[in-house]
Design a binder for this molecule. Structure first.
Ligand SMILES: [Cu+2]
Length: 371
């Protein structure tokens, strides 16, 4: 039966999440049953066509079948289906949906603190460290993120290092202004929060706990390479639990194009526009995490450019529920799986752009908007 497994696996996307093989296993075992039924029914069908052909049976039989074989076969199918549900499906459902352990606090590693010091030094920032990394920081053993679906985007809300999600209010929602989730930015818990549109950044190897909901209709949050598919239901908060196991860099470089992947060419560049007295003009400051002196950034064209360069896009956030006229455009979201150092850099870049924008007092005009 191994040919069935390899046949199915050749059509499945690669799996890069820790639980994914259980999902694949269930799909494969379901197909074992389907294969046996298909072959069995096929043979029986041909046998019946031949045996009960008109030329051989001029008169209809009103007696029908007298043997009990069909009942036994039905019994066997029921037993096998019970095995699929009780042995394969339910235990894993239990693991991924019901037995999720609450995130627990863990100490922040010294290497992370050192890394942050380096950022501040590299960018000549003398500000208090707590401006970028809050003092009341909580590090958890899981990445807790809220995803709020809407027609036709995914809003991704990160609590920031304080671990607290800023409050979201209906009356603060303003789609025209790009305030899709109505986050109260003036609340202290929001100070270190990050909100992304159609973009999900996750740390490799760290369990992810996403709480999913929807603003309008039912969507279905779909990460095919991570075997995650969950309906986003208005008025409900559903937990999704998985652990990504491969970085976008390793994935794209493994496709054999020979091109190196540099994350910071593809994530929106944290820009800060400041007034420079020396040149008497506004200048554009960039974070140059690539350290290559180049400010080339392809974040806005990555949909075309990533496949051109590597043969494939990064992991996609999809919607697997026909949710309206723009449903197909919901598959434009991108997910990047990054190392924990890159994750720290990414967060720092956000706070850097944000703190500068706040200083200028015009956050709406600069910085924040692009990312
Ligand atoms: Cu949708």
């Amino acid at each position: 039966m191994d040919f069935i497994r390899s046949f199915i696996e050749s059509y499945l996307p690669p799996n890069y999440s820790a639980h994914g093989h259980h999902v694949d296993n269930l799909i494969v075992w379901t197909h074992y049953l389907m294969f046996v039924l298909f072959v069995g029914w096929g043979i029986y069908f041909i046998y019946v066509i031949f045996k009960f052909r008109a030329s051989n049976n001029e008169k209809a039989s009103y007696e029908g079948v007298t043997s009990h074989y069909s009942t036994y076969v039905e019994g066997g199918v029921i037993l096998f289906e019970a095995f699929l549900i009780f042995a394969l499906a339910l235990p894993k459902w239990q693991d991924l949906k019901l037995d999720i352990e609450k995130p627990i606090d863990i100490p922040i590693e010294q290497s992370v603190k050192d890394l942050r010091d380096t950022f501040l030094q590299d960018y000549d920032i003398e500000d208090d460290m707590s401006l970028f990394f809050p003092e009341n920081e909580i590090n958890k053993d899981k990445q807790v993120i809220h995803v709020i679906a809407q027609a036709f985007n995914y809003n991704v809300h990160y609590p920031g290092p304080d671990g607290k999600f800023g409050p979201r209010h209906l009356h603060l929602v303003n789609d025209g202004e790009g305030e899709y989730i109505g986050l109260d930015w003036n609340h202290p818990d929001s100070a270190d929060d990050i909100v992304l549109l159609d973009e999900l950044i996750l740390e490799v190897g760290k369990p992810v706990l996403i709480y999913l909901t929807s603003k309008d209709v039912i969507h279905s949050f779909f990460l095919p390479e991570f075997r995650v598919k969950q309906d986003a239901i208005p008025g409900q908060r559903v937990a999704i639990f998985f652990t990504p196991e491969k970085t976008t860099k390793a994935f794209l470089e493994g496709l054999g194009s020979g091109e190196e992947f540099s994350l910071w060419d593809w994530l929106p560049d944290p820009q800060v526009i400041v007034y420079d007295e020396e040149v008497d003009d506004y200048v554009d400051l960039h974070l140059d995490f690539n350290n290559d002196g180049s400010l080339d950034n392809y974040a806005m064209e990555r949909g075309e450019k990533l496949p051109e360069t590597y043969g494939r896009d990064t992991f996609q956030l999809g919607c697997a529920q026909l949710c309206g006229s723009g449903h197909s455009t919901m598959n434009k979201g991108d997910m990047f799986i990054v190392t924990s150092e890159e994750y720290q850099q990414w967060y720092f870049g956000h706070m850097w752009a944000k703190s500068n924008a706040d200083e200028e007092g015009d956050d709406d005009e600069w910085g924040d908007e692009d990312w």
